[in-house]
Design a binder for this molecule. Structure first.
Ligand SMILES: [Zn+2]
Length: 173
């Protein structure tokens, strides 16, 4: 979720019901449709809630896998613009802005936590409940998935460190 006046300023996260393996994600079609309906009813525009895809990686590498790249293209490829943001368990981040008008083109982004903006207190218990109700673990049955997983770790040994100081940019390039 982003501010209406600043479409790259993320102020909230919403988990959509999904089935995940270590390397893949499949969203519930009905959950996606409900999410769109709810947000439109609340007066939000799709640019505020359906252009930035954020996901996490186990381990230390935030580099997008082949599955991530294909998913991003398939799901968001029709949008004027979209962002893929990945944060790894170790804290490293990757962000890429892609757009179609005048493109297609893609741009690596720097991201930071903006503590200058007001924000509500954290709600760890609520987050955990949301996670448990929305994220369903699925065993990877397709051997293709395991191939993806291996390449995903081996190709990213030189990924940059996240800047641990939250008041400064953590460069993703
Ligand atoms: Zn990924």
């Amino acid at each position: 979720m982003t501010e209406a006046e600043d479409l790259l300023f993320v102020n909230d996260f919403v988990l959509i019901e999904q089935h995940c393996t270590e390397v893949t994600v499949a969203f519930e079609d009905l959950a996606v449709a409900d999410f769109f309906d709810d947000q439109i009813d609340r007066g939000y525009r799709p640019e505020q809630f359906a252009r930035i895809w954020i996901h996490t990686h186990p381990g230390d590498s935030p580099q997008p896998s082949h599955v991530d790249v294909e998913t991003f293209e398939r799901v968001f490829g029709h949008c004027d613009w979209a962002v893929m943001f990945i944060i790894a368990q170790g804290g490293k981040a990757y962000a890429e802005l892609s757009w179609r008008h005048g493109g297609p083109a893609a741009l690596r982004m720097n991201v930071k936590v903006d503590y200058s903006q007001p924000f509500a207190s954290s709600g760890q218990h609520t987050w955990n409940a949301e996670y448990r109700s929305c994220v369903h673990k699925q065993h990877a049955l397709n051997p293709y998935d395991f191939d993806e997983w291996e390449g995903w770790f081996s190709e990213n040994e030189n990924a940059p460190e996240l800047n641990r100081d939250p008041t400064r940019d953590f460069s993703t390039s």
